[in-house]
Ligand binder design. Structure first.
Ligand code: TXA
Ligand code: MG
Length: 349
């Protein structure tokens, strides 16, 4: 299949191209598109054959459910079977935006889209190109992140091309995304509202709207035997081809530990890399040192993380060390993705 490329940015929406992309989706094809979190790989959410194609293009296990993207609150009642407590308040506070809520699904949502579950994940993104595309496609786009299964989610269209060129009908280039980590997922179908995947919308922000919000304990645990509640969170993910470990401790200790490991590896001719922040970048002696930005700017770090993981692959880095980040606020999402990328390997000094 030949993949068509178009550029549509938020400030220069090309309506003709959006209509063409919408038609591809309505006819059962696949289009990668920008959202405010990461690029999504879209298909018609109500068409079982589109969802099957998404799994195939991604090489993703079909028990891993997709998120249904909408662009109007009125489009939600037809796809849910019951209104869980709290959803309207959350929608009011955070939609459009990087929050996904889990609802009991109605009959019209095919099991192919929900990975066989009776629940459906719904998100109302704030990216203008995404909203226009959802509308043009008929209101419901199923979209996982637009990467091959296991790779970091794409934060730029060139990463969608790397993973999906020739496998899907169209890729819309909307520039670099603003957030860089996937949406926060909150389950409203359990007894207590529970965060299944941390993201830009933090527990603190959610608790300003709902009194109490639980966090799935598997999210930050380094015990890979505790199964997470979101099916997709159990898979090895984001993993670079080389071997990544996270090092946690005070700054001086971390720098000196990593440098001692690096010098031993260099003697053996191993290609090394470090993920760190501006404060410590000049202190490391690795083949490639990548700063994700200022340590105090966690939003900036979130935006760069997946790009950095992909670059290490391109550069053939064999062993990598990453500094660790705070486990709260957006830091919880950063640590969750890093821990997965590292296969839960964390060295606590
Ligand atoms: O920011 C995002 O959410 C991006 C953009 C494209 O919108 N999408 C995204 O989709 O990250 P994906 O497929 O890569 O991740 C979806 C996650 C998986 O971990 C999946 O298991 C979980 O959502 N999920 C989907 N439906 C679910 C359900 N009914 N119950 C529990 N978890 C669900
Ligand atoms: Mg994904």
């Amino acid at each position: 299949m030949r993949t068509e490329y178009v550029t549509i940015t938020e400030d220069r929406p090309d309506e003709k191209a959006i209509r063409r992309a919408g038609r591809i989706l309505k006819e059962g094809g696949l289009v990668a598109f920008p959202t405010e979190t990461v690029y999504g790989l879209g298909g018609d959410a109500l068409n079982p054959s589109s969802s099957r194609k998404i799994y195939e293009a991604k090489g993703r296990p079909s028990d891993n459910p997709l998120i249904v993207h909408v662009c109007r609150l009125e489009d939600i009642p037809p796809i849910i079977s019951r209104e869980p407590r709290g959803w309207r308040e959350l929608a009011e506070a955070f939609w459009p935006g990087p929050l996904t809520m889990i609802f009991p699904k109605s009959e019209i949502v095919p099991k192919e889209t929900t990975g066989g579950l009776d629940t459906v994940a719904i998100r109302f993104p704030s990216h203008k190109v995404a909203m226009a595309l959802i509308d043009a496609a008929g209101g419901y786009i199923a979209a996982p992140s637009a990467n091959r299964s296991g790779r970091p989610s794409p934060t730029m269209a060139k990463f969608c091309r790397e993973d999906l060129d020739g496998l899907i009908d169209m890729i819309i280039d909307g520039g670099q995304v603003g957030i860089g980590l996937e949406s926060t997922i909150i389950d409203l179908t359990s007894d207590e509202p529970t965060i299944l995947r941390p993201g830009y919308i933090t527990q603190e922000m959610l608790e300003k709207v709902l009194e109490h919000v639980e966090v799935d304990t598997a999210i930050l645990s380094d015990d890979s035997k505790t199964p997470p509640k979101a099916p997709g969170m159990k898979y090895r993910h984001y993993a670079p081809k080389g071997d990544l470990s996270i090092v946690e401790g005070d700054q001086e200790g971390v720098v000196s530990y990593i440098n001692s490991q690096l010098s031993a590896l260099r003697e053996k001719g191993v290609r090394t890399g470090v993920i760190c922040t501006d404060e410590t970048a000049p202190l490391y002696a690795a083949d490639t040192v990548k700063s994700a930005g200022k340590r105090s700017d966690e939003e900036g770090i979130a935006r760069e993380l997946f790009r950095i993981l992909r670059e290490f692959d391109d550069e053939g880095t064999e062993v990598m060390f990453s500094e660790s980040f705070s486990g709260s606020g957006v830091g919880m999402a950063i640590m969750n993705r890093l821990m997965k990328a590292a296969g839960q390997k964390i060295i606590r000094l």
